[in-house]
Ligand binder design. Structure first.
Ligand code: SAM
Length: 348
């Protein structure tokens, strides 16, 4: 066992933080750019063209990312998710993913995408070794899709989802951010899809992230309320796999359902005690909690000639600083959200 940083251990079993959580999951935001302008990610002004984006030089290069991933995998990271921004808009992204696919001991690469470009990339992603895909979709209504995302491309996204189902990902999950008064009238329609197809539908509680988030207490809906609303379709039967695959609690909606339903409840039933995640933002900051703004600057280490040992030490520092929990419910009661990180650079 090596003990590089007080309070944080890199043990044979992997990376363990101050609260005995094993950190095994790294999420990379490949870019802050996105081909959608979702209402919870950007403000109205930004939607109309005032969006500041990182320059090419501010982003970590693919070489830098590969170096970090190789070191992290050697330290115990076993699961990697590519996100953003929209990961598939970054130039030459497939070449990068293919290189990730050949990293020794990295067998679990996943991606989160809005599916706008998925019809084109789905087959290549599977060939490169990406086994699981999460697709964000907040509505099944094309006009509403345009209102939420700012772009009229529902049909393209739907073709991407169909392609993902056809090319052989081991799981295709659809993530819906539930917003009262905006898309909550579609909860049952999404639930029905989990009965009629083998998709895993996941309801995500709307989080108060980012200065531009439209979050407020009225728009937020808890997982318990969502469950009540879909109860009209049948009984929620806990899935045997349970939480093994991440933060969602997973169910089947009736014995005959082909797919599954998941509930991700970062606010009402947070999963901080089991959180195994570390995030790397698109400009190279390590963030150990989505809902805490504290970050560790890895890019400076990379760009000032940092050795592998220094990169390892920086990863351990970020893990040492991982808070016990986000306490967002209390923070909201006291002062409203004080989490100002932008989802696109953090990697949602
Ligand atoms: N562009 C990709 C996509 O759309 O899947 C990846 C990035 S996006 C920021 C990742 C996920 O974060 C999406 O499912 C999005 O709906 C979710 N998200 C963004 N802001 C959120 C918020 N305030 N609360 C809950 N989920 C949010």
């Amino acid at each position: 066992m090596s003990q590089d940083i007080p309070g944080t251990a890199q043990v044979d079993q992997g990376l363990v933080d101050m609260f005995s959580r094993t950190i095994s999951y790294l999420r990379l935001s490949l870019t802050d750019r996105c081909n959608l302008k979702c209402m919870y990610c950007v403000t109205e002004d930004e939607r109309n063209g005032c969006l500041t984006k990182l320059s090419q030089n501010e982003l970590l290069s693919y070489e830098e990312l590969l170096r970090v991933v190789k070191i992290a995998v050697n330290m115990g990271i076993s699961k990697l998710r590519l996100t953003g921004g929209e990961p598939l808009v970054r130039k030459n992204v497939m070449h990068f993913i293919e290189q990730l696919g050949s990293i020794e001991n990295l067998h679990d690469i996943r991606i989160t995408t809005n599916a706008v470009l998925l019809e084109h990339y789905a087959q290549q992603l599977v060939a490169a070794g990406v086994k699981k895909i999460n697709i964000s979709l907040d509505t099944l209504k094309p006009e509403r899709f345009t209102r939420i995302t700012g772009v009229d491309c529902f049909d393209k996204v739907w073709r991407g989802i169909e392609k993902a189902q056809a090319v052989g990902f081991s799981t295709v999950k659809l993530n819906m951010v539930v917003m009262r008064g905006i898309n909550d009238d579609e909860l049952v329609d999404f639930a029905r899809m989990s009965q009629e197809t083998d998709l895993q539908i996941r309801y995500i509680e709307f989080m108060p992230v980012g200065a531009s988030s439209r979050w407020d207490k009225n728009t937020y809906m808890s997982s318990d309320e969502i469950k009540e609303r879909i109860a009209v379709l049948g009984e929620l039967i806990p899935d045997a796999g349970g939480r093994a695959d991440g933060p969602a609690s997973v169910f089947k909606l009736g014995e005959d359902a082909q797919g599954k339903l998941g509930f991700i409840s970062p606010i009402s039933h947070h999963f901080c005690d089991k959180c195994n995640r570390l995030r790397l933002t698109s400009e190279g900051m390590l963030r150990s909690c989505l809902l805490h703004d504290e970050e560790t600057d890895l890019r400076s280490v990379l760009r000032s000639g940092g050795t592998d040992a220094e990169i390892r030490a920086t990863l351990l520092t970020a893990i040492r600083n991982k808070p016990k929990g986000h306490q967002m419910e209390d923070r909201l009661k006291e002062s409203g959200s004080d989490c100002h990180g932008r989802m696109s650079r953090i990697g949602g």
